[in-house]
Design a protein around this ligand. Sequence first.
Ligand code: NAI
Length: 264
Amino acid sequence: MSFKNKVVIVTGASSGIGAATAIAFSKEGARVTIVGRNQEKLRYVSEQCSAVGSKPLVITADVTNDEDLKKIVHGTIKHFGKLDVLVNNAGIFSIDKILSENVVDSFDKVIATNLRSAVYLTHLAAPHLIETKGNIVNVSSIVGKRVTIENCFAYHTSKAGLDHFTKCVALELAPKGVRVNSVNPGFVRTDIMQVLGVKKEAQEDFWDSMTKTSPLGKVADSEEIADLILFIASDKGRSITGSSFVSDNGAILVPHLGNIELQA
Ligand code: NAI
């Protein structure tokens, strides 16, 4: 799966799935733009990319800020001269109940991060992807396909929206030679709970519970999801568009994954 001379943007590349994806693309010869908010973490990922491939372009950006999104695309084109692959990966988890106070503020933040950013970045990147006959991989979730955990309606809704967005844009861009797909991971052990401010013990309980409930008896690691993203983005996936790929250790098959109260 060589990505030699291909230019790739990965959002949310400062940790977890995004970091693993940026490193994997670098290893396969791609020139990568890594996007995130935390400069220190980005520097660490940049070193890891450089160790296995070429030095990435580091762009510090908040994907909920339109000017920052323009900076990501314009900066990449200015630096590398083209764009072949966009990975919309940046995302946040959220615990919401419809009866909670300030629920709409939380909903707006989740939608802005997980869905609106992908829409606007796709809008900005599409003309460049048409030129290279490139492709987009959106990092969704099994929660886009099925309601799996209670008290996370904003997160579920953002990912269901992302799945539909993927299919709509795949149809629109197919005649122009651009493919658009999503990966839908189950549970992947990353910083996602930590970022939410969930206490360490509650995080461990959550991962333990997901491991026990999972049909394959494990949660995934970020590198497995990165491998899937690279396959879809590569020429091996040249006939794939408008598709979503679940990698979840069978979690989506479990009727009830548990009633988990995540105390922040
Ligand atoms: P993570 O917390 O390790 O990584 C999330 C990344 O998104 C970080 O680099 C973070 O800085 C970035 N990010 C968040 N908000 C941002 C903003 N406003 N501007 C710029 N960057 C921002 O978590 P993980 O698990 O690697 O998440 C990556 C994607 O995978 C997310 O879209 C998440 O919803 C999805 N996912 C994760 C699963 C899991 O179990 N960890 C399961 C299914 C999907």
